[in-house]
Design a protein around this ligand. Sequence first.
Ligand SMILES: [Zn+2]
Ligand SMILES: [Zn+2]
Length: 193
Amino acid sequence: MSLISSMTSSNKSYFYIRFYHYQSTSFICYYFLIPGSILSKYDVSECLNPNSYTNMFLLNTFSVVPIPSEVLKHALLRMGEYARNMITVNIEGRRILEMNVTAHDVSKVMNSLEKIKVEDIAVTACSMEQCSICLKEFYNETEVPNIVRTKCMHVFHQHCVARWLKQCCISNRLYSCPLCRSEIQWSYFQIRI
Ligand SMILES: [Zn+2]
Ligand SMILES: [Zn+2]
């Protein structure tokens, strides 16, 4: 097949998207059929343009999935990137291309955080002997505290950071470290093709 004809057929392709949304014990799968010409167009400039048809169409279509809109935009940017690559390598000109997207809720993100012991805190690069959220010192606790460490090496009580992440979710923000605001979104969604 010549380059021109394969490009023409790619323009008529559709993405069949299975969007799995995991909650603590179960998941719901949403199915979408999105024209390749729309999904592959989604990039940063479309995302920042509130009048873009592509932007409005995709945000509207995916709004049935109950995830924060900031997280959705992030997921759509990655999906757009995947779509462009998939269309480029689709030399057989397949009409339907499949994409699986997985989004996890707060409890899944919590499970991905590293659990550490009080003794481990002193050796971390960012030594912090108290939880930066409730300001209680870990050493002075009567019970062994449940401590988690983010990838930015900040430590918190498990229950304190869980409350913070829920707040991020309610207020439509990306999951971030409460101390330095670096993103904890890496485990929020994944794309498989
Ligand atoms: Zn705390
Ligand atoms: Zn941090």
